[in-house]
Each structure stands twice: as structure tokens, then as C-alpha cells.
Design a protein around this ligand. Sequence first.
Ligand code: AMP
Length: 404
Amino acid sequence: MKILVLNAGSSSQKSCLYEITDQPPHQPPQPLWEAQIDWTYQPGVAEIKVETHQSQQIKTLPFQERLPVIETLLSTLWSGDSPVISSAAEVDAVGHRVVHGGQHYHDSVRITPEVTAEIDRLSVLAPVHNPVNLEGIRAIETILGEQVPQVAVFDTAFHAQMPDQAAIYPIPYELSQQGIRRYGFHGTSHRYCAERTAEILEQPLSSLRIVTCHLGNGGSLAAIRNGRSVATTMGFTPLDGLMMGTRAGSIDPSILIYLIREAGYSADKLDQILNQASGLLGVSGVSNDMRQIDKAIAEGNPRARLAKAIYMHDLKAFIGAMVAVLGGLEALVFTAGVGENAPQVRAEACEAFGYMGLKLDLDQNNARPRDQVISTEDSTVKVLVVHTQEDWAIARDCWQVLQG
Ligand code: AMP
């Protein structure tokens, strides 16, 4: 079965084509084709990058609407210099990352008109993401035809069964009943990393209490017991929890009230500040990228040093909270851009948990680990680096949903 994956974000769209012949393994095979659209390359211009086993091509296209650009991208699958299939009819199914699935979707689902209506309805909760996810679903209907099955894989699904005490905010209960609750995000990544951890440790997932740290430009932690998320740091939106690249994470909500009352800030201005001008960028004034922060620290920049110190303080505090919810820990897992590539962040976070017998193997930690244990033999907690594979997790879910 050839499964196309569309992972559409606000500024880019990643796509890949996998071939699955039998029960898919946990670890991904090499995709037949990978492509990416950068919608923000230049105003009115999109950049397309396409990679196959044989070739790599990059081109730019003017764009007013997204559909013709997606059409051009997908046409490289079956036409041009190095096609990987003979026609569009060879695509058997399409899996989509959908950011917000609300309270009702606990698993991935086949897309029907009811499902698209629900994704549309949930756009008020994820205004940057759900509309572009829908656009992708409609583009596939137009380009490949309505007969091709499509599957939605929700970022929120893994957290949808969190216990009420982890999901309900202490606000008037009527507001919770209107849907103002913790949903949690990055669920596909947290679930993949937990399953991969059980595989690497050769232990049943049900026997492990795991904290997964997804530390990228956005960041969240999940506390996982019996293979289920029981607590997570992102909340009603992906703004809650850890300090991130440009997002503030958890701050006292009175700051917003103060800024509205005393400084006349509008909702749009607060949204822009908290989502795009805070976090590492806001504090340092340098960058949202941890590599640039480290460079500025090496050059003696005090605000970059403060930004990193706040980031580490938040990370340790939230890991501690997740461990407390689980009542103990078998595995601490680092993933995504910072989690996979920044040994110093892992080392400092782990040092805080030395009191419970967690011991990092510093050589392993520094040796560009990938999908492996980096704690010492006698550590009471296994520490792992897992390379997150959201696209493959989406393809596997798509296969499973269609097998019924
Ligand atoms: P992601 O959102 O998972 O793609 O992660 C992107 C972020 O990972 C970047 O903004 C950087 O902050 C971070 N990153 C990538 N490579 C490194 C590295 N070698 N050291 C530290 N941070 C890194």
C-alpha cells in the first residue's frame, strides 16, 4: 500500500510517500519520496524541495492560492525527471496531521464529511493550524479524487483520555463544559517516542512510567503510564507549559489583565507578543534558535544567558511535576530539535534528578546519540534520545485505520 503523508503547518508543508507491504514495523523505512513547501520563502513566492532516492530538486513558484502549488508538488510523484510512481492512481491512501481534534477523537479516524465539519468547527481553538490542515484534505480530494481514503491523525488524540484532574482547569465548571480545558499537543510525537522507548528497552510499554520531553521550537512534556498520557504541559492551546522558542509558556494570567487595563493592549497584540515575541527570543533579544542562544552566551551576552537559565529552570520544574504525577520514573526521553541535538540541555536537566539515582553517561550523551540509552548501567532511571518520526507514525496509523 502506498501512503502519502501530508504534515501541513502554517509556514511549511512536509509530505512523504511510504510503501507499506505488511504489518508496519515501528522504525520507519526510507520514504520513496519526500517533499516540502516553504510558504514564507518570499511574499507571494513558495519554494518547493523534492527528494527521492535518485534526485533532489528545488524550485520556486509564484502563489496566490495554495492548491496549484500543492498540485505542482504532488505531480513530481508521477511526472518530471524522476517519478516514483506511474500515475496518481497508485496512491492508495493519504494520512494528514491535524492539530486539533477536540475532546472526542481519542484515535486517528477515516475522514468523512462529518470529520471535516468537526475539524472546521475546531478551527476556533487552533486558528493557525486547523484551517491549513483542512485545505490539505480538500486539495487531496481535488487532485487525487474523493475515492482515495484519507485519515486524520490528531495531535491532541494521545492526550484525550487524560484524567479529569489533569485536563480540567480550576475555573468555573460551566466554562470547562464549553470546551475550555487542557487538550495537550505533540501527541503523535509523545506516543511514538514512548512506543520506541519500550522497543529499545525491550520491555512492555505497560510496565514503564515515562516522561517524554519534546523540545523543539515548540516544546511540551508528557507523563505516560500504561502507554497513556496522564499529564502534559501544553494546554487549551500550544502556548501553555514550557518556555519555547518564541512562545512564553505558562505565565501568571494577571499579566494579561494588567496589560489590557493599564496599557490598553488588544487581544491581537497579546496574541502576537505571547506566541511570536516571547520565549528564548523575547528574553534574549537574539533568536528563538538554541544554537544562536548558545553562540551569544559564548560571546558573553547576559540576556542570552538569562534566557537559557529560564529555559532550564522551566524544564527541570516541569519534569519534576511530571515525575510527581507518575509517582516514580523508569524512563526519561529527549526528542525533537533541542532534545535530540543539545547534549548540554540534557545533561543539566538530568543533573537535577541525580538525587533519585539518575545517572547520565556523559560520553554517550556527547556522542550524537540517536534512538539509544544514554544513562549509565547502574542509573535508576533510563535516559534515552529518540529521533521523533511523526510522519512515519501518521503513515502507520493510516494503514491501521484502513485495515479496520
Ligand atoms: P524542531 O522544532 O524540532 O524542528 O526543532 C527546531 C529547534 O531545534 C531549533 O530552533 C533549534 O533551537 C534546535 N536545534 C536544532 N539543532 C540544534 C543543535 N545542534 N543544538 C541546539 N539546538 C538545536
